[in-house]
Design a protein around this ligand. Structure first.
Ligand SMILES: [Zn+2]
Ligand SMILES: [Zn+2]
Length: 104
């Protein structure tokens, strides 16, 4: 079976047929560190490349549940990431500011 190339947020990924095997190293874009790229891929795959709020599969981004700046040690922790579309992502950040810093 041939490997499947997919594009997520401009990131080129090769998904192998073998379960749980993927190769983010083949990504052509190196705008962030390898570790962070692997974190993004792992979160996207765990969340079925789907926004965890509205189910959209477009314009997906990774939101950090615990703030990127405040918790640098959690930056690449998959359990601290959640897949959101860009719309829901900006809503989450707006809600965090307006309501309660502990929501999501
Ligand atoms: Zn969404
Ligand atoms: Zn965010």
């Amino acid at each position: 079976m041939a490997d499947r190339i997919v594009f997520i947020n401009g990131l080129e990924l090769t998904l192998y047929d073998t379960k749980d095997l993927y190769d983010p190293i083949k990504s052509t874009q190196a705008r962030s560190s390898q570790k962070y790229k692997e974190f993004r891929v792992a979160v996207l795959l765990r969340d079925n490349q789907m926004c965890q709020r509205c189910g959209s599969k477009l314009d997906l981004e990774i939101h950090h549940i615990k703030s990127f700046e405040k918790k640098p040690s959690l930056r690449c922790r998959v359990s601290n990431g959640v897949t959101l579309c860009s719309l829901c992502h900006s809503n989450v950040h707006r809600e965090q500011c307006e309501l309660n810093p502990n929501v999501l």
